[in-house]
Design a protein around this ligand. Structure first.
Ligand code: SF4
Length: 487
C-alpha cells in the first residue's frame, strides 16, 4: 500500500489523526509543532495547537501541513502561542469532513473553566448522541464527533472539569486517544479497549503525551510508558496522577497500527514497528514462498515486510520500484480519468533491475485493488517475466469504524472476491496473503485467540470489538463525519 501522502488514488487506508501534548516547558508551542511534524503521517488535512498562559487560551488551527502552517512566513503563529502547556492535533478526514470548522483541538468555555480537546479515533455512537443533544437544544459548530465529547462535558453536573470529562466519556462508545488542556491540567485518555495508541514521555521537567514515540524522539524526550487502555492521566505542576474510571474491557489495540499506520521507527505498545513488519514478511515467506529471482517492495511502507520476506526466502531484496517523495496530495484531483497517471506519478519501475526477472512484489495490504493492478502491470511492462504478489496482512474485507478511513465495505476488493478472483483482477501470476494466525505469530503470539482476540482485527475478521451503535441503529454507513458538509 502506498504511503499516506498518496491519497489521490482513493486506494489507501488513512489514519485519522495524531495528537500531542506538553506540560511544563517554556517552549511548549514550538515543541508541539515538532511533535506534530513527526506525526504528520497520521493526518495531513489540517493541524492545530492550543496553549494556555496567564489566564488565557490561544489557538492556531489551519488547513495544510504542519511545516506550511507553522513554518516559514507563518512562524509568527508559533510565537503567538504563549504558555508552558500546549496540545496539538493533526487531522485526516474524508472530503465531507474537511471543513476548517472541524480542525482540532476544539475549545469550549465551561462552568469551571475552559477546555481544549484533540482526539484520535472515532466514536461509534456519536451520531446517536448528537441527535439526542440537538433535540435537547445543543448547537453544534462542527461535524466532528470530538464536539460531541465537548457538549457532553459541558452538560455534566459534576464539578471538577476532569470529572466532567470522565462523565462525558462514560457515555461515548468507540475508539479514542485524546489529549485535553485546561487552565491547570494536561489530560490524556485512552478508550477502555485501547484501540488507538497514546504514550507518555518526559523532557527535563516537562511531561509529554503523544500518539507515537517518534514524536518524543524528535524533541529529544524520553519514553516513559504507554498510557494504558481505559487510563486517564492528569498532569499538573505537582506531577502525574493516573486513574482507571471506566469499566474494564479486554485490550484490543489496532493491529493495523503495526502493519501500516504507525511510523516504522516508533515503539508501539512495547514493540518496534519496523522489526514487527520484518517478521510479517518472514512469516509470509514461510507460508507462501514463491519461485522467483528477487523480492521487490511496493514502497515505502512495505519495505520492512519485503526485507523480511527476502531474509526468510534467501532471495535478493531489490528496489525495483522507485517512489517519488515529492508528490503532494493536492497535485491532482482524485477523478477516475486521471488516477492512472497518479500511480505513475508516484511510482516508477526500475527497468534495468526488473527486465527478464521473476519478481515477488510485497505490499502491506490490498484495499480496492486498483493500485495493485496498475503496479503489477507497470512491473510487467518494465520487463518482469513473472509477478508474484504477496501481502503482509490478511485480506481487508471490512470497513473500519474506529478512526481509520476505509472505503465502504462493498468497495473493498477482498469483500467482493476470493483470492483467486483477486489474483486474476490484479493480473498477478500468484497472490497470497499472510494468514491471520501467521500475523498473530509475527506479533509475538502463538495464534489468534478466536474467543478473545489479542488485537482489534475487525477489518480482516469482521469481529468488531466495540458496539457499532450508529450503524446498528440505522445511521448512514459512513464511519467518519456526522453530517455531510456542504461547501
Ligand atoms: Fe485497526 Fe482494522 Fe480495527 Fe480499524 S478495524 S481499529 S484499522 S484493526
Amino acid at each position: 500500500m502506498t504511503a499516506p501522502f498518496d491519497q489521490a488514488d482513493g486506494d489507501t487506508l488513512h489514519e485519522e489523526c495524531g495528537v500531542f501534548g506538553i506540560f511544563g516547558h517554556q517552549n511548549a508551542a514550538a515543541l508541539t509543532v515538532l511533535g506534530l511534524h513527526a506525526l504528520q503521517h497520521r493526518g495531513q488535512e489540517a493541524s492545530g495547537i492550543v496553549t494556555f498562559d496567564n489566564g488565557q487560551f490561544s489557538a492556531e488551527r489551519h488547513m495544510g501541513l504542519v511545516g506550511d502552517i507553522f513554518g516559514g512566513k507563518n512562524s509568527a503563529r508559533v510565537a503567538g502561542l504563549k504558555g508552558n502547556a500546549a496540545i496539538g492535533h493533526n487531522r485526516y478526514s474524508t472530503a465531507g469532513g474537511s471543513a476548517p470548522r472541524n480542525i482540532q483541538p476544539m475549545f469550549a468555555d465551561l462552568t469551571g473553566g475552559g477546555i481544549a480537546i484533540g482526539h484520535n479515533g472515532n466514536l461509534t455512537n456519536a451520531r446517536t448522541l448528537r441527535s439526542e443533544l440537538v433535540r435537547e437544544g445543543a448547537i453544534f459548530q462542527s461535524t466532528s464527533d470530538t464536539e460531541v465529547i465537548i457538549h457532553l462535558t459541558a452538560r455534566s453536573a459534576y464539578r471538577p472539569i476532569v470529572d466532567k470529562l470522565v462523565d462525558a466519556l462514560r457515555q461515548v462508545k468507540g475508539a479514542y486517544s485524546l489529549v485535553a488542556l485546561t487552565s491547570k491540567k494536561l489530560i490524556g485518555v485512552r478508550d477502555p479497549w485501547g484501540v488507538r495508541p497514546l504514550v507518555l514521555g518526559r523532557l527535563d521537567a516537562a511531561h509529554i503525551l503523544a500518539s507515537e514515540t517518534c514524536a518524543l524522539d524528535i524533541i529529544g524526550a524520553e519514553f516513559v510508558r504507554d498510557v494504558g487502555p481505559g487510563e486517564i492521566v492528569v498532569i499538573t505542576k505537582d506531577g502525574i496522577e493516573s486513574y482507571y474510571p471506566f469499566k474494564k474491557q479486554p485490550s484490543r489495540f489496532c493491529i493495523f497500527e503495526y502493519i501500516y499506520f504507525s511510523r516504522p521507527d516508533s515503539v508501539v505498545e512495547g514493540r518496534n514497528v519496523y522489526e514487527l513488519r520484518k517478521l510479517t514478511g518472514e512469516q509470509l515467506a514461510t507460508e507462501s514462498p514463491a519461485d522467483a529471482d528477487m523480492v521487490i517492495p511496493v514502497p515505502d511502507s512495505s519495505i520492512p515486510a519485503a526485507i523480511g520476506f527476502a531474509n526468510a526466502s534467501g532471495l535478493p531484496f531489490e528496489l525495483g520500484i522507485i517512489r517519488n517523495h515529492y508528490v503532494g496530495r493536492t497535485f491532482i484531483e482524485p477523478t477516475d480519468g486521471i488516477r492512472h497517471f497518479g500511480v505513475r506519478k508516484k511510482h516508477n519501475p526500475n527497468r534495468a533491475t526488473l527486465k527478464g526477472k521473476r519478481v515477488v512484489l510485497v505490499d502491506d495490504s490490498i484495499v480496492r485493488g486498483t493500485t495493485s493492478k496498475k503496479i503489477v502491470q507497470m512491473v510487467r511492462d518494465a520487463g518482469a517475466t513473472e509477478v508474484h504478489f504477496r501481502v503482509a496482512s490478511p485480506p481487508t474485507a471490512h470497513s473500519c469504524f474506529y478512526g481509520v478511513d476505509t472505503p465502504n465495505t462493498d468497495d473493498l476488493l477482498a469483500h467482493r472476491m476470493d483470492v483467486e478472483t483477486m489474483r486474476r483482477t490484479i493480473g498477478a501470476d500468484s497472490l497470497a496473503f499472510i494468514t491471520m494466525d501467521g500475523l498473530y505469530r509475527a506479533m509475538g503470539g502463538s495464534k489468534r485467540d478466536a474467543a478473545s482476540p489479542q488485537f482489534c482485527d475487525a477489518c480482516f475478521s469482521g469481529a468488531y470489538p466495540i458496539e457499532l451503535t450508529d450503524i446498528s441503529g440505522g445511521a448512514k454507513d459512513n464511519q467518519l463525519s456526522l453530517l455531510a458538509d456542504v461547501a
